[in-house]
Design a protein. Structure first.
Length: 180
């Protein structure tokens, strides 16, 4: 009886966390459109780099795993190329570098999707992971965002990816600025 009560509580907590993350994500996007305007054309159309391009030092907070926070480096390159690596990527078999794409979805608002392999302690790939993120530039050198995790087969077919709230994230990032 007591175990059922604990299990029911955990299910409710997990469901509430998922709803909270989704509400924050949609509220974040809606707020950004209202405040920033609804223009979907990228500034890069005139040949100048999009404001998000460059490398960012990122503090990642895992929403559903307390104490599992880490630091990452993420780069947004011209043409929509996105790459990242994290400070804990080599732990327990580790994960590969993240490779993906980004696009502008509003004024100072961006979306990215990236894939990366997870390995067992022997170095064998066991699963392909996916992270979908929404990033918002607060100013020229600061960014905030949210991300949702998925587990996919090693072949990475979109229809076989399963949502995994355990790896949902929020993050803050500072642009890596070269010396003058």
């Amino acid at each position: 009886m007591k175990n059922n009560s604990i299990l029911n509580t955990l299910v409710v907590v997990k469901a509430n966390a998922k709803r909270t993350v989704m509400a924050l994500l949609f509220g974040f996007v809606a707020f950004s459109f209202v405040v920033g305007g609804t223009s979907l054309t990228a500034r890069a159309e005139d040949g100048t780099p999009a404001p998000v391009q460059g490398t960012w030092l990122t503090a990642i907070t895992r929403i559903n795993q307390s104490g599992a926070n880490f630091t990452a480096m993420a780069s947004f390159a011209g043409g929509g190329v996105w790459q990242a690596t994290g400070s804990n990527d080599r732990l327990n078999g580790g994960v590969s570098t993240l490779f993906g794409s980004w696009k502008r979805i509003g004024e100072n608002l961006y979306s990215s999707r990236a894939y990366f392999f997870a390995f067992d302690p022997s170095g064998n790939p066991v699963v392909l992971l996916r992270v979908d993120q929404i990033q918002r530039l607060k100013n020229q050198n600061q960014m905030i965002g949210v991300g949702q995790g998925y587990v996919c087969s090693l072949q990475g077919k979109g229809q076989d990816c399963v949502r995994t709230p355990e790896v949902d994230i929020t993050f803050t990032a500072d642009r890596v600025v070269p010396q003058s």
